[in-house]
Design a protein around this ligand. Structure first.
Ligand code: SF4
Length: 312
């Protein structure tokens, strides 16, 4: 019995079949890395920018798509696919470049959607128009928000404000684009109350989805150095589970929880080790929510009982 509105449930309810996101590396860059804003990047990011590095190796988007599609179809032929531009900031380019990139993605065989990961300060009305006019049934914009607290945004070296994030979310929503906001738990110098405030802030905005995860420490990041110098201590698994048990009840049932776990590369993960075991973490979140008789939205729009369409 699922206790929150998963992305799988959203797709199943809307289309009646499973949709697999395929991560694509489009060789994007980031203004927080190339010197436009800064060269160090966010403290939790390393030079790979959460990417596979496949584009740098000369592997085209089309080849990446073909490889992953084939791999997934061997385990389950009954699924559709959408592209996920995950690495770096995928709208940090000219509108012309973005138009070409989106055209290539729309032309990928059996591609029914796209999810575009980027920063709130890398979008303008021309780019939003391009995204909104994509001829695909599923179009999502994944925005790194991380926190509503300016002190934290400065501390983690984001180089954009919460006001900038709010403005971009309102603009994108006015174009009818679905937004998934990313927030992190356990950011440096943040306590649980600050995390809960960020969650409430995010759900007060016109977003359709949220991705939550604990901060993990990748090798080669600024946070990695701070961790090795014992200046940063990651959350324990119990602390993170507890934070989710307190946050999910306040998130309205309509908001799709794209993920509750991070996706660290096992080769790069310095800490915490438990972040690598996503399945165990999801099981533990379910167990803790169930023991406390909680579900997403039980303190928001669905206090009586868990919506059946959460599934499970
Ligand atoms: S905005 Fe994204 S890609 Fe850029 S430095 Fe921060 S985490 Fe890395």
């Amino acid at each position: 019995m699922l206790l929150w509105h998963t992305l799988a449930a959203y797709f199943r309810r809307k289309y009646g079949y499973r949709v697999q996101k395929i991560p694509l590396d489009a060789n994007a860059s980031c203004p927080n890395r190339d010197g436009t804003l800064n060269t160090h990047g966010c403290v939790f990011c390393n030079t790979k920018g959460a990417g596979s590095g496949l584009a740098e190796k000369g592997i085209s988007l089309e080849s990446q798509w073909k490889y992953w599609q084939h791999k997934y179809l061997t385990t389950d032929a009954n699924r559709a696919f959408m592209a996920y531009l995950q690495s770096f900031s995928n709208t940090y380019c000219t509108a012309e470049h973005l138009a070409q990139l989106l055209q290539r993605i729309s032309a990928l065989p059996n591609c029914m959607g796209i999810s575009i990961g980027t920063r709130p300060d890398c979008l303008d009305s021309r780019k939003l128009e391009l995204i909104a006019s994509l001829p695909l049934p599923e179009v999502w914009l994944e925005l790194g928000l991380q926190s509503c607290h300016e002190t934290t945004l400065t501390r983690i070296n984001r180089h954009h404000s919460a006001a900038c994030a709010e403005q971009t979310i309102h603009s994108a929503a006015s174009y009818g684009i679905k937004i998934c906001g990313h927030l992190m738990a356990g950011l440096p110098d943040e306590d649980e109350q600050m995390f809960q405030e960020s969650v409430l802030w995010a759900v007060s905005l016109p977003i359709a989805g949220i991705k939550l995860h604990n901060v993990y420490v990748p090798e080669g990041s600024t946070l990695g150095k701070q961790y090795l110098q014992k200046k940063y201590l990651p959350l324990s698994s119990d602390e993170y589970v507890n934070m989710l048990c307190n946050a999910l009840p306040h998130i309205p049932s309509s908001i799709v929880m794209h993920r509750l776990t991070g996706d660290p590369s096992p080769q790069e993960l310095l800490a915490p080790a438990w972040a690598a075991n996503k399945r165990a973490l999801i099981t533990e979140i379910h167990r803790a929510m169930s023991a406390r008789k909680l579900w997403q939205g039980c303190k928001a729009d669905v206090p009586e009982k868990r919506p059946l369409w959460y599934g499970g």
